[in-house]
Design a protein around this ligand. Structure first.
Ligand code: NAP
Ligand code: MG
Length: 497
């Protein structure tokens, strides 16, 4: 018996992509950001101490360090803010020439641009999102929203010809913590352009940039009372939406709270728009540009820690490319950088709060218990703060909680399909309907799917792209009403039918 032996191979070191792509730390400077140790309520153009005398802390979720303390608005404060907004509406804002209103909104946009760096740092400190995101997405888009709606202020008759568009009065607006300044811009800009005045409540964990926006209102001499910013938790939001002096309620947040608000307003004359949760499907066909799709999937769920209502949290992948896509996703996940939100190289920042982290952990544990297979990026987690590694689940079925419930964290559930009809049926099999993504080489397939998906926004061969000119909003339990674009004016107007 003879045996042949291959000559011994030269030892090839395994490629360690993690090490190959490690950059030196590049933290954004913070010395240009002055955060006051205490923030009062912004009512009637000035800073007012809360009538309750109570304050709460806003911390940085990446270090758990206290950033500032913030006033807690009681019912009496809400009442003062709504009264100030009513006076400003009747005496100043609704009487002002629309062109002049537009100039104020334009000045707000310019000032946001001038203070962009400071706002971006504050956003990343207070909410934990990477500076790349706040600097390149949140703050420029917030400015763009004010610019866009400044342009509409004197053209409402052209937007809705022959229908005599009129403002509603005082808008009470409540926003969540995932895009604090951007959500404030989405709410305030169209309200002002249509001639309404505003009382806005930011989320408890991320009040900082809304308070900096209040300072901007002072700097541009916005007449007192036109926008009031009141901080507090859920009780403050509830007091605002049920205040009888509010004509219009605009809410962005969870479906559970949205339903409560809708119930509490039933039978009232108040107009309501709700932007709620989502469980978007990102659908990848075998003919898709796979590497491009991988970037879209990764960005759509892991950047911003999955704290995005339209995050592509369900991946539907055609069966024939499932293994390839999963392998490429794992390779790419190994190169994601998680850590200091202020580092310009960071891809994945901190989870916004301990409560949110616990919610993510609970749903991930449920995914494991229900038999799905978990893979988490092998990145070390910082010792302090709230962190969760980018995670994917394979072997997921539609009945699993991780396929149905909004996780609002960096967790992707992967399902497969064989035909476009099956993809469609699975994508639409959800209570939500905020957004979806389609990846394919075939335009006809893309449009066929887009027309049948029950989702407010459908992206084709891209994901999470925003523009103030295009409307955004949901189907089903993702809410109703549109923000952005010409459609975003309507919730703030009375028009003749
Ligand atoms: P949330 O608990 O519903 O809170 C949203 C806002 O409502 C916060 O300012 C909150 O105050 C306030 N609030 C809480 N209870 C209230 C009540 N009974 N009445 C009035 N206001 C009340 O939502 P979240 O957990 O902060 O935000 C995440 C959710 O928002 C996710 O479900 C996400 O999908 C959704 N979201 C949707 C969109 C969209 O455009 N569709 C955009 C972003 C986020 P505190 O925070 O101070 O408790
Ligand atoms: Mg905070």
């Amino acid at each position: 018996m003879s045996m042949t032996h291959d000559p011994p191979k030269a030892a090839v070191p395994a490629l360690d992509f993690g090490a190959a792509w490690t950059y030196a730390p590049a933290p954004e400077a913070t010395d240009h950001v002055k955060i006051k140790p205490r923030h009062e309520l912004f009512i009637d153009g000035s800073w007012q101490a809360p009538r309750s005398g109570r304050y709460f802390d806003s911390i940085s979720p990446s270090s758990e360090a206290k950033l500032t303390e913030v006033a807690e608005a009681s019912e009496a404060d809400v009442d003062a803010a709504v009264s100030a907004a009513r006076r400003a509406y009747e005496q100043v804002w609704s009487r002002m020439k629309p062109l002049e209103r537009g100039k104020y909104i334009y000045r707000i946009a310019r000032r946001i641009q001038e203070k962009a760096r400071e706002l971006a740092v504050a956003e990343s400190l207070d909410g934990g999102k990477p500076i790349k995101e706040s600097r390149d997405v949140d703050i420029p888009l917030a400015a763009a929203h004010f610019f866009y709606y400044a342009g509409w202020a004197d053209k409402l008759d052209h937007a809705f010809p022959g229908s005599n568009p009129r403002p509603l009065g005082v808008a009470g607006q409540v926003i969540p913590w995932n895009f604090p300044l951007l959500m404030a811009a989405w709410k305030i800009a169209p309200a002002l352009a249509c001639g309404n005045t505003v009382v806005l409540k930011p989320a408890e964990t991320t009040p900082l940039t809304a308070l900096m926006l209040a300072e901007i209102f002072r700097e541009v001499d916005l007449p007192p009372g036109v926008v009031n910013i009141i901080t507090g938790a859920g009780a403050t939001g509830a007091a605002l939406v049920r205040h009888p002096g509010v004509d219009k309620v605009a809410f962005t947040g969870s479906t559970a709270v949205g339903k409560q608000i809708q119930k509490s307003l039933a039978g009232s004359r108040k107009k309501l728009t709700l932007e709620l949760g989502g469980k978007a499907a990102n659908i990848v066909f075998a003919d898709a540009p796979i590497d491009q799709a991988i970037e879209g999937i990764i960005g759509g769920i892991f950047f911003n820690q999955g704290h995005v209502c339209c995050a592509g949290s369900r991946l539907l992948v055609e069966e024939s490319v499932h293994d390839l896509v999963v392998r490429k996703l794992k390779d790419r996940m190994a190169t994601l950088r998680l850590g200091d939100p202020l580092d310009k190289n960071t891809d994945v920042g901190a989870i916004n709060s301990r409560m949110q982290l616990e919610k993510i952990r609970e749903l991930v544990a449920a995914g494991e218990q229900e038999g799905a297979e978990r893979f988490s990026a092998p990145c070390p987690l910082p010792p302090r703060g709230f962190w969760f590694p980018p995670t994917i689940f394979t072997n997921v079925s539609l009945s699993h909680r991780i396929a149905r419930e909004e996780i609002f964290g960096p967790v992707l559930s992967i399902l497969t399909f064989r035909t476009p009809e099956e993809a469609l049926e699975k994508a639409n099999n959800t209570f939500y309907g905020l957004s979806a993504g389609i990846w394919t080489d075939k335009g006809a397939k893309l449009f066929w799917m887009a027309n049948r998906l029950r989702a407010g926004v459908v992206w084709g061969n891209t994901y999470n792209k925003f523009d103030p000119t295009s409307p955004f909003g949901g189907y089903k339990e993702s809410g109703f009403g549109r923000e952005g674009g010409k459609a975003g004016l309507l919730p703030y107007l009375e028009v003749n039918g």
